[in-house]
Design a protein. Structure first.
Length: 478
């Protein structure tokens, strides 16, 4: 740690060396009201230049007693002193201004952040017809405000960290004191502090460092909705807010939390339960349907009604490739169309996916390359994937789907069943910060807010889903 020197020239020289070839750094030396030299450094447009000139520089120039009482010279209330010059440099890089005064061994840090950011817009990834229509932005402070706007309690804590040796990305860990398990909170903070990397540019980086086991399934949940984050905090979960990212991380995360949508709690429990059951069934079909079709069509057509089996066999007449090949090829074509639709401009992306799928599918059937039944199976599989609220879980199912197809093509219906058993065993082996991934299955209240959504009155009578008592009851085997 390098201390701030009483010699102002040494401080200026050190600052200039550190910020060599930084043309956007504003550094100014002036004389204060009592005749002492003052040096201020900040980045243009990263700090509020007008406020610094009007309140800070003018304040030092007109006040002759600032060396006894800094607050007399500065109108702004958000100031602090620092005797570590390297820490002052970090503050400058964060958007604050550092003021060095001749014959003083402490610099004054003035909060003057003016970070460019877009306004609060509607959610793009988690669209909801009913409920709030605001979404997180790339500004960490804006995101924490959106959360505090919903939870107006002093129990909502916010611990700030800096991640990445080079980027020094501001990160906030938020939790509800008395509701969240402090062991989990401390475990998350420890893992964040132990991240050894040069750059954290997005919450997606942080998510990968928080993963404790190699798996395709997401062990933490990403959301762009403040209302969903607030609900998670009230349940006892921990929110990780990263600067420069419009997505907030919620931990711990269990499998059924990825099937829940914010809209479930803004409508009647009967409707929400019905829609959630559809999502869960669709999620199962999203990675099993193609493999099931391959197993039945190649090895066990007798499992189907005779008319349907004959119809499928007749439709495959003239197809030059095997069932596995045509299913895999069409699934890959669908995935390519989906990726192309995401990368295309929004005005044409949806049209490309729909029109491209219809044209390519019909052309492939007319050319005799694939059978109509495979096109139907692929289309249903894609629709089922889109019905899952979480893109993270959908991405996992997209990869598992091809593994199920491969095993089913080799071992038939036995391979299909074996792949399902392996997936279920893998899910049972996963934990998210000490919580079983299939929680709360296996508990007395295992169906509470999982397959169905209970009325809000009954939910309010129960303890939070991720409270310390839940962890303790699991340890006691309840």
């Amino acid at each position: 740690m390098r201390k701030v020197s009483k010699n102002l020239s040494e401080n200026i020289k050190y600052i200039n060396e550190k910020f060599k070839d930084c043309g956007d750094l504003v550094s100014r030396e002036f004389t204060a009201g009592n005749g002492r030299k003052v040096f201020i450094a900040y980045f243009d447009d990263l700090s509020d230049r007008e406020m610094l000139e009007r309140q800070v520089i003018h304040g030092f120039m007109v006040d002759v007693l600032f060396e006894q009482n800094t607050e007399n010279a500065l109108i702004t209330a958000d100031i602090k002193e620092n005797n570590d010059i390297d820490s002052c440099i970090e503050e400058i890089l964060s958007g604050n201004a550092a003021v060095f005064v001749e014959k003083r061994e402490k610099a004054v840090i003035v909060s003057a952040k003016k970070v460019p950011s877009r306004g609060v817009n509607k959610p793009d990834a988690e669209i909801s017809v009913q409920g709030p229509q605001d979404a997180f932005t790339e500004s960490m402070r804006t995101n924490t405000v959106l959360i505090r706007r919903r939870i107006r309690s002093s129990r909502l804590k916010c611990i700030q960290l800096k991640l990445g040796r080079t980027t020094l990305t501001d990160t906030a860990v938020m939790y509800l004191d008395g509701t969240a398990d402090m062991n989990v909170v401390n475990k998350i903070i420890t893992k964040l502090k132990n991240i050894e990397t040069d750059s954290i540019l997005d919450s997606g980086y942080t998510e990968q460092f928080l993963k404790t086991k190699r798996t395709l399934f997401p062990l933490v949940q990403m959301t762009e909705r403040p209302d969903k984050t607030a609900a998670g905090l009230i349940e006892g979960r921990i929110a990780i807010v990263c600067d420069n990212s419009p997505f907030v991380i919620l931990a711990p995360a269990v499998l059924f939390s990825f099937y829940q949508a914010s809209e479930d709690y803004y409508q009647t429990w009967q409707t929400a339960s019905f829609v959630r059951m559809i999502r869960i069934i669709a999620g199962l079909a999203a990675f099993t349907l193609p493999g099931l079709y391959v197993a039945v069509a190649m090895y066990d057509p007798s499992m189907l009604p005779a008319e349907l089996s004959l119809h499928i066999a007749g439709a495959r007449t003239g197809v030059p490739v095997s069932t596995m090949t045509e299913v895999t090829a069409l699934e890959l074509a669908f995935e390519t169309l989906r990726e192309a639709g995401v990368r295309m401009p929004a005005a044409v992306g949806g049209t490309l996916g729909v029109v491209g799928g219809i044209i390519i599918g019909q052309a492939a059937v007319d050319a005799g390359l694939v059978s109509p039944m495979v096109v139907i199976v692929t289309a249903i599989t894609g629709i089922c994937g889109f019905s899952i609220p979480s893109q993270q879980l959908t991405s996992a199912y997209r990869l598992i789907k091809f593994a199920v197809i491969a095993v089913s093509a080799v071992l038939g219906i036995y391979g299909f069943m074996l792949s399902l058993i392996c997936v279920f065993i893998h899910l049972c082996s996963l934990e998210s910060f000490g919580l079983p991934y299939i929680y709360p299955l296996g508990r007395k209240s295992g169906f509470k807010d999982t397959f169905i959504r209970l009325p809000l009155k009954k939910q309010s009578e129960n303890e939070p889903a991720f409270s310390p008592d839940m962890y303790n009851s699991r340890k006691n085997g309840q």
